[in-house]
Write a protein that binds this ligand. Structure first.
Ligand code: ADP
Ligand code: MG
Length: 413
């Protein structure tokens, strides 16, 4: 069962709720039935009535055994369903046996039904809510039809009102829980970042120094004997790769101070295209740029925005193994915001992965780092901009970036 896989804390909550529910259920149900049948037996002097209701009281003791068993066995989520189903079944049969073919006017239900309504928001479960509402209202409708009694109208109206109230409370609970979960997720994300930051600060520095001497020596050797060894360029390229990973990690660790300056977006994009051109050509990817000019200069940290578009364009190219087209659109709307969209015809992103984008180290590539989008996100956030990713699997991905043209208050970190 889906619910059973949830967090152990929710498990404990559900257990508490169901145990309280069981206590209330038995107290309310038994006292109501006993009181009711005592008064009924004096009015109608019908012995059968008492015997059928005693049977249902007994049946609920059997149900209790199941309930306790599942709570003990560690599946409290199922108990509420056992109770609503057995209640519906037992009560329907009990009522039919009591009233069918007899000359007694139908009086409906047990007050315990109200308890089901009240508890459906407490279990914060929409399926259970619908089961309770439709089940109990449906039961009255069926009884009304079989017993040909209009007495069911009143409980139906009351139950509809109770359903509406329960539904409203349920929705409120749900959205409250959702926002708490969102806050929690954000905290967890920040914590993860902080840990990465500490690691990065510690290790990054240590790695960069030996790396730069390695690179220096590799270059030196290459210059000394340019024709002797074809591996030097690869060595240098790989060292650069390690360097850029370390840089990404260090950026996340301690975000650099942002130097907002006026820069031209055309130049930033042209720069990134010049770097990615070779890779694009190798993969048969055509890049088309559309600028809806004239574009005003934008207040930003040019170096960091280059990093952003480098990451995004690289991702787009990497998603198109068999070539294709990338469209880059740049436009301004009003004179406040710049919109840049990068649209590829690549593999697209699975729905289940969309949520993981931007999580540190989330990658689907063999030699990906899973840091690109995270750094990108961070930089855009630092620029008070927004990033949106829309993707259709097999058709392609569109990444939309919006950036304010002027920074309101230049918050420096
Ligand atoms: P990396 O590129 O190192 O894998 P990123 O953070 O840049 O790390 O991207 C994370 C993941 O997001 C990628 O592995 C890929 O699965 C997915 N992704 C990002 N951009 C695209 C895109 N344009 N098309 C398809 N998948 C993408
Ligand atoms: Mg990437």
């Amino acid at each position: 069962m889906k619910e059973g896989n949830r967090n152990p804390k929710l498990f404990i909550e559900e257990r508490k709720a169901i145990i309280l529910f069981l206590w209330l259920f038995y107290i309310v149900y038994y006292s109501f039935e006993i009181f009711y049948y005592l008064s009924k037996s004096t009015i109608y002097k019908e012995k059968d009535l008492i015997s059928t209701s005693m049977v249902s009281l007994g049946l609920f003791l059997v149900v209790l055994i199941f309930g306790v068993y599942f709570i003990k066995k560690g599946n409290p989520f199922i108990v509420k369903y056992i109770y609503i189903y057995s209640y519906l079944g037992i009560d329907l049969v009990d009522t039919l046996l009591t009233y069918w073919g007899k000359d007694i006017p139908y009086t409906s239900g047990n007050i315990v039904e109200v308890l089901f309504f009240l508890y459906s928001p407490i279990f914060v479960n929409k399926r259970f809510f619908w089961l309770v509402s439709l089940g109990l209202i449906g039961k009255e409708v069926i009884l009304g039809l079989i017993l040909q009694s209009m007495n069911v109208l009143m409980p139906i109206v009351i139950y509809i009102i109770l359903s509406l109230i329960a539904y409203t409370v349920l929705i409120r609970f749900n959205s409250y829980i959702k926002s708490i979960t969102a806050v929690y997720e954000e905290l967890r994300h920040k914590e993860k970042l902080a840990v990465i930051g500490q690691m990065a600060a510690g290790i990054g520095h240590e790695i960069r120094n030996p790396l730069s001497s390695l690179k220096g020596f590799a270059q030196l050797q290459h210059e000394r004997s340019p024709n002797s060894n074809e591996f030097y360029p690869i060595m240098i390229q790989e060292i650069d790769r390690i360097n850029s990973i370390v840089n990404d990690l260090m950026y996340l660790g301690k975000p650099k101070e942002i130097n907002f300056e006026k820069a031209r977006i055309e130049e930033i994009i042209a720069y990134t295209l010049s770097i990615t051109q070779q890779q694009a050509e190798m993969q048969g990817v055509k890049i088309e740029t559309f600028m809806e000019g004239p574009l005003p200069p934008i207040e930003c940290d040019g170096k960091q925005l280059k990093q952003v578009f480098l990451n995004l364009i690289k991702n787009a190219i990497e998603s198109m193994v068999d070539g294709g087209r990338i469209k880059i659109n740049v436009k301004t709307v009003s004179s406040k915001k710049m919109y840049i969209s990068i649209q590829d015809e690549g593999c697209g992103i699975e729905d289940s992965n969309i949520l993981n984008l931007g999580e540190p180290f989330f990658t689907t590539k063999k030699d990906g780092t899973g840091l690109g989008l995270m750094v990108t996100n961070q930089i855009i956030k630092d620029h008070n901009g927004k990033l949106k990713i829309e993707s259709v699997i097999g058709e392609g991905t569109e990444v939309k970036v919006s950036l304010p043209i002027m920074q309101k208050n230049q918050i420096k970190k």
